[in-house]
Design a protein around this ligand. Structure first.
Ligand code: F6R
Length: 610
């Protein structure tokens, strides 16, 4: 999705903006642009293509200002082109705007502005914004900063949709305005400089102190001040939040790609996620949940998208078996429109690495409206989801930069297991199982280290099958949910068509797809399902499939092409272990195909629009 950066300070803005945009590249984009102000003139350089391509535009040499805004665009309204790229200016070149989000009523606003004599150059929804601001500014009798603020506020009142905006005005060359609604934006601050970004890692090397804006709050920035206003333009105060991530956490640190680094970081990210939650008992501080409340609920919903939803699937059984509470896992984009049966007797858990996924946030708002208690699980402190939910539990995976989620997924499974144990303790249910699983969770980081040692074995098999057109994944029980995640990882970074099936479903249709020499990967980690799974795999072998088996069981002398042996674990923990070779499998196939592992085509790290 689009990324925005901004700078106001004493240094030249251009290199800081370019640096920030490069760090936002992982979000996915197709065009880029920056604007600065010098001598009361806005200079604007933009084009389709990569951020580094901007540097070959000769005019960029003339951008010397110490205030500026930058943008990476992920096209929604209008194809990638120089004209459609941001920043967008109003007709008088007084205001420059970068925008992340979607203005749903832009066509109507554009028509009104055209009737007032404004001309439009681009096909974007964004271009209405600088022109609306100009309209309110030129019709205002106010003076000073309130005139600028008021014009932006009036414009925002007309916008339907989501937006994070940075606005420059050539008449205010020493100030910048930002505002957000349902779209991410953070302000990094230090004594003589202020920074803006769509997310924290992009500006982490400049500052660790951040202001977080709520919906429709405005920040008026100068070099050394930040003032905040609500949407009645009353000044409000805010404290900074200090972010503990260090800047190298957002660097490749010697690894070829962020994805590989993040795969190998998992022992650490899981350890940090366990943190102080397991200390004698399982503890989740600040989660004000009573025994009476837990006894009163009849259903838990876990709602999320993509990999985060798969983490929910992996943990359905621990909530059902250990807490004895019926648990349903739903895709956020389905949940929000399917009129789910939720009320004060349902507990809804929303998982989002970024904490900014539009569908997950909308689903959370729906659950709250219907009286359900809401818990968010997020990796980003202060993210939108954490501000909407009744309670937030953070995974401490550190910044995840590669588009394909790896370490966030395993941390999400870890935190859900801890949450299930915490609930079971409160409910005083299955306490012997609670104790056993608690001990097992503490051993997970070491077992993940053992899984990472399998990298070369996995790579060898990956190099044999990287030219395949289709690869199928099979699993039963908990291995089915891991298969779904393994298949998602493979398709998103290798572009190989892939499907995951519950192995028992094969005969009901998918087996028709199995032909000579096709690759089938099977996960077998549940002891009581071993025999059943093997029978299913025999069926594909009989039809000529090549098989890779990921297992923690002794499968004897069977005729599989390759067996990868992972450490033994209960079915609650095995999804964390079995996914490690599968993440590596996807990674090595993608590398062998020469693809951009960290930034797969058409994908964005943070899906902030529907
Ligand atoms: C896949 C992947 C996506 C995300 C999904 C939800 O590797 O990263 O499927 O898991 O877009 O994102 P978050 O967790 O940020 O809500």
């Amino acid at each position: 999705m689009c990324g925005i950066v901004g700078y106001i300070g004493t240094q030249k803005a251009k290199p800081i903006l370019i640096n920030g945009l490069l760090r936002l590249e992982y979000r996915g984009y197709d065009s880029a642009g920056i604007a600065t102000i010098e001598n009361n003139v806005i200079k604007n350089i933009k084009n389709k293509g990569r951020v580094n391509d901007l540097l070959s535009i000769p005019e960029i040499e003339t951008l010397d200002g110490t205030i500026g805004i930058g943008h990476t665009r992920w096209a929604t309204h209008g194809k990638p082109s120089s004209t459609n790229s941001h920043p967008h200016l109003d007709n008088s070149n007084t205001f420059a705007v970068v925008h992340n989000g979607i203005i749903e009523n832009y066509a109507e606003l554009r028509k009104d502005l055209e009737n007032k004599g404004y001309k439009f150059l681009s096909e974007t929804d964004t271009e209405v914004i600088p022109n609306l601001i100009h309209y309110f500014f030129s019709n205002s009798s106010l003076t000073g900063e309130m005139k600028f603020l008021n014009a932006v506020n009036e414009a925002c009142k007309l916008l339907v949709g989501s937006f994070a905006l940075e606005i420059l005005c050539s008449l205010y060359p020493n100030s910048m305005l930002v505002v957000r609604k349902d779209s991410p934006l953070v302000i990094g601050t230090s004594q003589t400089e202020n920074y803006i970004s769509s997310d924290i890692p992009a500006i982490l090397s400049f500052t660790k102190d951040f202001y977080l804006l709520n919906d429709l709050e405005f920040a008026y920035l100068t070099r050394d001040t930040v003032k905040f206003f609500d949407n009645n333009l009353n000044q409000i105060s805010k404290n900074t939040t200090s972010i503990e991530w260090n800047a190298t956490a957002a660097e490749k640190d010697g690894f070829e790609d962020f994805m590989l680094k993040e795969i190998f970081e998992q022992p650490k990210s899981i350890r940090e996620t366990i943190g102080s939650h397991i200390n004698g008992k399982c503890v989740i501080n600040d989660l004000n949940i009573s025994k009476e409340y837990l006894e009163s609920i009849n259903k838990i919903f876990i709602v999320a998208c993509g990999t985060a939803m798969h983490a929910g699937l992996a943990c359905k059984s621990v909530l059902e078996q250990i807490c004895e509470i019926s648990t349903e896992v739903d895709i956020a984009s389905e949940f929000r429109y399917r009129n789910p049966l939720i009320n004060e007797k349902t507990l809804c858990i929303f998982i989002s690495q970024s904490g900014e996924t539009a569908d997950t946030i909308a689903a959370l708002k729906l659950a709250k409206e219907r009286g359900s208690k809401t818990i968010a699980i997020s990796n980003v402190i202060g993210s939108s989801i954490s501000r909407e939910a009744d309670y937030t539990i953070y995974t401490h995976a550190g910044p995840e930069i590669a588009v394909a989620s790896t370490k966030a997924y395993t941390s999400q499974i870890m935190i859900l297991n801890i949450l299930a144990l915490y609930f079971a303790q409160i409910l005083e249910r299955n306490l012997d199982k609670v104790e056993a699983l608690k001990q097992e969770l503490l051993e997970v980081p070491n077992k993940v280290e053992q899984c990472l040692k399998l990298a070369n074995e996995v790579k060898e098999f990956a190099n044999k099958v990287y030219k395949e057109k289709d690869i199928f994944f099979l699993g039963r029980g908990i291995d089915y949910s891991s298969s779904l995640e393994a298949s998602l990882k493979l398709k998103e970074i290798s572009y190989i068509h892939s499907e995951a099936y519950a192995a028992g479903e094969l005969k009901h249709g998918p087996i028709a797809l199995i032909e000579n020499d096709i690759t089938v990967v099977a996960l077998i980690t549940v002891p009581y399902l071993v025999e059943k799974s093997i029978s299913n795999i025999q069926e594909v072998i009989t039809r000529g499939a090549k098989t890779l088996i990921i297992t923690n069981q002794d499968l004897g002398n069977k005729t599989f092409d390759k067996i990868i042996r992972i450490p033994e674990a209960s079915e609650y923990v095995s999804p964390i272990l079995s996914i490690i070779p599968m993440q590596l499998f996807a990674y090595y196939i993608s590398k062998e195909k020469g693809l951009d592992v960290d930034k797969p085509r058409n994908l964005a790290k943070s899906v902030t629009v529907e």
